[in-house]
Design a protein around this ligand. Structure first.
Ligand code: CP3
Length: 352
């Protein structure tokens, strides 16, 4: 396998919109239950134990790299781990449950502001072990939830389809919602800065539920706080002497394309509900794009997958600044052999 270490990797070059020999590919939620190797590890430990045991987190992070040859690894952890470090109770069943959700200004005040390396040492140890095990094969992406998406879990206490508590707080007590978002943004910035110090070579902010918002609310409650995290990172001492691309993924971005690039990210994640060529026209040339095949296309037979991969690559016309990915996380019923087909098609069809 070729060396893709440091600034030479296809992935990092594509993030910077530099020329590449072919389009790099990785997949959101690439380490997970669709892989038998992952399920074998999960038989022995709970999901939270897996996140908190660096040797195991390292093992499952590398599983999809070894199996499919993705062009980037992503830290195995969860976006809700920092909420636990902020002293919210957290469990996975496997869906997340937070039995004491945020309801008031006093609840926001009570949230701890953790020193992440003290409270989540396993995250940073996992990063060091992953970098060492990867030995420069591909770069490592660190990540966090964007403040808005973390707030939805903190306020609902679980996932939701309509997010009534979140919207009620935003619309009826906006000061409380803003105080929560500001606190989350500041915690996330410090958490991510330390991931870079430990060895993360790119960062992704997951705004999985940003798409539930009307455009003015997206700007006020989601984009502004993603931007706050990104601005803080760029101003931090750790970033001054490193070139670490930042990816912002707002799932359901189509209604917000006129402001999406204002996040300040180097790369914008694109979900599958929008034509990625249209996204390129609307956000302009100064940002890379990552996406956007519908994850459920992997349930099709290989010919269908090949056609859908080609559609995405054609929409980007082999221009610099594209990273192939799914439009959201891979579904747990996906046949791993279909993932292999996708990766092989990207490699073959995008070679310049
Ligand atoms: O991408 C990767 O391979 C890295 C690992 C990763 C996980 N979660 C592991 C996980 C990442 C990057 C995440 C991010 C995450 N977590 C998001 C943002 C991305 C997205 O999908 O929108 C969100 C919203 C969460 C919250 C979360 N964690 C939910 C809603 C669930 C339950 C639903 C589900 O997919 O299982 C989890 C659990 C979770 N996180 C699992 C994994 C592998 C399954 C747990 C298990 O093994 O039982």
């Amino acid at each position: 396998m070729s060396e893709q270490s440091g600034s030479e990797s296809l992935f990092l070059r594509a993030c910077r919109r530099q020329q590449v020999e072919r389009t790099p590919v990785w997949m959101m939620r690439q380490a997970g239950r669709y892989m038998p190797q992952y399920r074998a590890v999960r038989k022995k430990v709970s999901f939270l134990e897996l996140c908190k045991t660096p040797e195991l987190a390292c093992e499952v992070t590398l599983q999809p790299i070894d199996e499919f040859g993705f062009d980037a690894a992503i830290l195995f952890c969860d976006i809700l781990i920092p909420l636990e470090a902020m002293e919210m109770k957290l469990d996975f069943t496997p869906a997340p449950v937070l039995p004491e959700p945020v309801e008031s200004a006093a609840d926001v005040d009570r949230l701890a502001v953790p020193d992440p390396t003290q409270e989540m040492p396993y995250v940073y140890e996992a990063i060091r072990q992953i970098r060492s095990s990867l030995a420069g094969r591909v770069p490592l992406i660190g990540f966090a939830g964007a403040p808005f998406t973390m707030a939805t879990y903190a306020i609902e206490g679980s996932g939701s389809k309509t997010w009534p508590r979140t919207k009620s707080l935003m619309f009826s007590a906006p000061d409380v919602a803003h105080a929560l978002l500001a606190k989350l943004a500041d915690c996330v910035a410090v958490y991510l800065e330390a991931q870079v110090a430990a060895g993360a070579q790119a960062l992704q902010l997951f705004d999985s539920w940003a798409g539930i918002l009307a455009p003015p609310d997206f700007r006020e409650f989601a984009l502004a706080y993603a931007r706050r995290v990104i601005d803080k990172l760029r101003a931090s001492p750790t970033f001054r002497d490193r070139d670490v691309p930042i990816i912002y993924f707002a799932n359901g971005c189509a209604p917000y394309l006129d402001v999406y690039a204002d996040s300040g990210a180097d790369v914008l994640g694109v979900d599958w509900r929008v034509d990625i060529a249209e996204v390129r026209r609307r956000v302009g040339p100064n940002v890379a794009l990552q996406g956007n095949m519908d994850p459920m296309c992997l349930l099709m037979p290989p010919d269908g997958i090949r056609a859908r991969v080609k559609q995405v690559l054609d929409a980007m016309d082999n221009q610099p600044g594209h990273i192939f990915n799914l439009g959201h996380g891979v579904h747990k019923t996906t046949n791993p052999e279909h993932v292999r087909v996708m990766v092989e098609c990207v490699r073959e069809l995008s070679t310049r």
